[in-house]
Design a protein around this ligand. Structure first.
Ligand code: ARG
Length: 268
C-alpha cells in the first residue's frame, strides 16, 4: 500500500516536472507577430529557436510599430520552410539555451549565426555551412586595444555560451590577468564597452561592423586566427530534417537566392 502511494506520488512529481520543462524558456513569438502556431511535434509547423540579439542575422525590428524578428537567418529559414511545405514558428531565447532546447525537443532547429564546432556536434547535428565570420576585438577607439596580447589585465565581455566565450577562455590561458564577463545579449555587451565597465569585447566581424557603425566611440579589429566561424543550422541529434535543409541550402546557393540575401543583409 505504502509502496503504491509513493509510486503514484513519484509519477505525479515527474509528470509535473515534465510540464514545467515543456513550459519554460521560450518567449513564444512568431516571425510575423501573429499568435504562436502549434509547437514542435505538429507535422506542418517547424519550430525554430534563435537568440534575436544578433543583427543582421536576427534581431527585433520595431520600426513598423510592432515587434518583429527579422534578419538574414530569418529570411533563409522562411525560404527553407516554404520550400519544404512547413509553417515556421520562431521562438526567441538566450543563446546558451538553444542547444538545450534541441536536446529537450522544444525545437526542430536553431538558426542563430551558430558556428558548427566539434564540441557542439556532440549534442547536435549541423547543416552545411551557409556563411563565414571571424572574431574581432571591439574596444573604445582611444583604447589602443587591437591585439589579443594587449588584453592582459583587461576585462573582456563575451556572449554566454558562444565560441567567443571559448576563445576568451583559451586566451586567458596565455594572456595574464584577462578577466571574462559573460553576458546574455549582444547589445548589453556593447553597452558595457561603451560605458567602460569592460575594456573590450570579442564579437564576430559580421556583427561588430554594425555596432561600430552606430557607435562613434568604438572600433573593431579582426583577430588573426586561422579558423573561420562557419554558421550552420543546428538540429537535434538524428533529426530527419538535416538532409532536406541541406538540399534547399544548396539550391539557394545555386539559384542566386543566398547571394541576394547576403547582399540584402551584409551589403557585400
Ligand atoms: N557564432 C558564434 C557562436 O556560434 C556566436 C553566435 C551568436 N549568435 C546569436 N544569435 N547571438 O558561438
Amino acid at each position: 500500500m505504502k509502496n503504491t502511494k509513493s509510486f503514484i506520488s513519484l509519477a505525479l512529481t515527474s509528470m509535473l516536472a515534465a510540464v514545467v520543462i515543456a513550459g519554460c524558456g521560450t518567449g513564444n513569438q512568431t516571425a510575423t507577430g501573429q499568435a504562436p502556431a502549434p509547437s514542435a511535434g505538429d507535422k506542418k509547423t517547424l519550430v525554430m529557436v534563435t537568440s534575436a540579439d544578433y543583427k543582421p542575422y536576427e534581431y527585433h525590428d520595431l520600426s513598423s510599430g510592432k515587434d518583429e524578428i527579422v534578419g538574414f537567418d530569418i529570411d533563409i529559414a522562411k525560404y527553407i520552410a516554404k520550400e519544404l511545405g512547413y509553417e515556421l514558428q520562431i521562438n526567441d531565447m538566450n543563446f546558451d539555451g538553444l542547444i538545450p532546447a534541441l536536446q529537450t525537443n522544444r525545437a526542430d532547429f536553431v538558426m542563430a549565426g551558430m558556428t558548427a564546432t566539434p564540441e557542439r556536434e556532440k549534442n547536435a547535428d549541423f547543416s552545411t555551412i551557409y556563411y563565414d565570420a571571424k572574431n574581432t576585438i571591439v574596444a573604445k577607439k582611444d583604447s589602443n586595444l587591437t591585439k589579443p596580447e594587449q588584453l592582459a589585465g583587461k576585462k573582456v565581455a563575451v556572449q554566454l555560451g558562444s565560441i567567443q566565450e571559448g576563445a576568451a577562455r583559451e586566451l586567458a590561458k596565455t594572456v595574464s590577468g584577462l578577466q571574462i564577463t559573460s553576458l546574455n545579449k549582444l547589445p548589453e555587451i556593447v553597452e558595457e564597452v561603451k560605458a567602460g565597465r569592460v575594456d573590450a569585447a570579442i564579437i564576430e566581424d559580421t556583427v561588430a561592423k554594425g555596432f561600430v557603425a552606430n557607435n562613434d566611440s568604438l572600433q573593431f579589429t579582426t583577430m588573426e586566427e586561422n579558423e573561420k566561424n562557419g554558421s550552420a543550422v543546428a538540429f537535434p541529434k538524428g533529426s530527419p530534417h538535416v538532409q532536406k535543409f541541406n538540399e534547399v541550402i544548396k539550391k539557394m546557393q545555386e539559384n542566386g537566392e543566398m547571394d541576394k540575401l547576403i547582399q540584402k543583409w551584409f551589403g557585400q
